[in-house]
Design a protein around this ligand. Structure first.
Ligand SMILES: Nc1nc2c(c(=O)[nH]1)N[C@H]1C(S)=C(S)[C@@H](COP(=O)(O)OP(=O)(O)OC[C@H]3O[C@@H](n4cnc5c(N)ncnc54)[C@H](O)[C@@H]3O)O[C@H]1N2
Ligand code: MOO
Length: 422
């Protein structure tokens, strides 16, 4: 449908025919970005949060030898009576790192400690709390299960198994898995380089004096924080005023140096909103309207080989669009695949929410478990796109679907928790 020029669609309108849905915009970003192909090896100590550039196959079984899960006595299960007691001679000790060197025969047992290799001939460990030990002898009751308290070879990892796959963003547990294979260096994709600038003549750097009508550039710090959490290398180009020549120069420099560019402001329809125009001239616009609130004018495109994300200037809109589109796009570029789905669950909404059908809304909420074990959520006060404190107080987005209208207290709503997302 063509926009009626006499009544152009604005962010006050509900349904907008030429805007993308949130899902369409997500797919367009993911399909358009190019994953990096360059990789390097890094020390395990610096690998946290990096993305694996190739599959890792196990060269070692874990555990590599059968060992005890308890402090106690290693013995042959066949020596234990079904009922009553039995007495076995304690012929030695097996400690973690110092296995018992000999073989254990019927009528014998070995004092063993957690993690120690099972002596030859034994298959079962009875924990010391269930044993009476005196003068080289140990007395066992009945009821032990054959094989109990023994960790078998390869029960965690088998030789040849793929322990971690290419595209995996390494977690602390993954570092342990790699260390368990004796690896000291791991292949990872190179770090993504992201150019960042903010636009607007009204912006001032924190620390500078504030002239009338001006405000401090908060977006650069929120976006910088979100980029730092992703572990990318950030190249800052500062505040670019509403000046076309300066904007063109920064875009040219950033697109030559960075894999992706993120800016805020200047993507709406005002006469000083120059970013979209500059992008159109220097590169190409993939889309610039999404049926969402806040964040409708998010602009995505490309300049040369760099992906370009023009976030809206309103501080909450900049953060919402970053988390929903820029973050997955940059993660894909860093080689991460498959992308983790954002966690989501239902909660009982305690607040009355204003909402008109036509756009997906990302309201800010505080979710918690109430005294009855129900997940409940309430909104963080005013929901305007300039109310950055609503984002700072929140621990989740309340995601209201496109067609939904106002929400009454007591209704079930979708919640996207920040943990795992941010
Ligand atoms: N006539 C219309 N006006 C606007 C519409 C519309 O549809 N028709 N949409 C509104 C919506 S929604 C948004 S979002 C904004 C997006 O505009 P821009 O991306 O062009 O952003 P700016 O105009 O530059 O700034 C908007 C607002 O945010 C403040 N801002 C900007 N940058 C920063 C920063 N780095 N730190 C803190 N605050 C910042 C700026 O001062 C403005 O108040 O357009 C609406 N207008
Ligand atoms: O996208 Mo504007 O989305 O509400 O601030």
């Amino acid at each position: 449908m063509k926009k009626d020029e006499r009544h152009p669609v604005t962010c006050e309108d509900d349904y907008e025919p030429d805007s993308l849905t949130v899902e369409q915009a997500w797919s367009r970003v993911i399909d358009a970005v190019q994953p990096l192909d360059a990789s390097r090896t890094v020390d395990l100590r610096s690998a946290l949060g990096r993305v694996l550039a190739s599959d890792v196959h196990a060269v070692l079984a874990v555990p590599s030898a059968p060992n005890s899960a308890m402090d106690g006595y290693a013995l042959r299960a066949s020596d234990l009576p079904a009922s009553g007691k039995c007495r076995l001679a304690v012929i030695g000790v097996s400690r973690a790192g110092a296995p018992y060197p000999g073989k254990v025969h019927s009528g014998q047992c070995v004092r063993i400690f957690t993690g120690a290799v099972m002596p030859e001939g034994t298959d079962t460990v009875v924990m010391q709390e269930h044993v009476e030990a005196t003068d080289g002898w140990a007395v066992f009751g009945g009821g032990a299960m054959p094989g109990q308290n023994v960790r078998q070879v390869g029960e965690d990892v088998t030789v040849g198994q793929v322990v971690l796959t290419r595209g995996r963003r390494l977690t602390p547990a993954d570092l342990g898995v790699l260390a368990g294979q004796g690896l000291v260096r791991v292949p990872v994709y190179r770090r993504l380089k992201v150019g960042l600038f903010t636009t607007g003549d009204e912006l001032r750097e924190p620390g500078e004096a504030l002239a009338e009508g001006c405000l401090y550039d908060s977006n650069r710090y929120t976006v910088l924080g979100m980029l730092q959490r992703l572990g990318v290398e950030v190249c800052e180009f500062g505040i670019v005023g509403d000046n076309k020549q300066r904007l063109e120069a920064v875009l040219a420099q950033a697109s030559a140096e960075a894999d992706a560019i993120v800016s805020t402001g200047g993507v709406s329809v005002g006469e000083y909103d120059l970013v979209r125009e500059a992008l159109e001239q220097a590169g190409h616009i993939e889309f610039w309207k999404i049926a969402m609130k806040p964040g409708r004018p998010l602009t995505f495109g490309r300049i040369g080989r760099a992906a370009f994300f023009g976030l809206p200037g309103n501080p909450v809109a900049a953060m919402v669009t970053f988390y929903q589109f820029v973050q997955p796009g940059l993660r894909r570029m860093t080689g991460e695949w498959p992308l983790p789905k954002p966690a989501a669950f239902k909660a009982v909404c305690l607040s009355k929410l204003r909402k008109r059908p036509g756009r997906v809304e990302f309201q800010r909420g505080i979710v918690e478990m109430d005294g009855e074990g129900r997940m409940v959520v309430r909104k963080t006060g005013q929901q305007g796109s300039g109310i950055l404190s609503s984002m700072s107080q929140a621990n989740c987005f309340i995601v209201l679907p496109l067609d939904c209208g106002p929400v009454a207290p007591g209704a079930l709503v979708d919640v996207q928790p920040f943990f795992g997302l941010v």
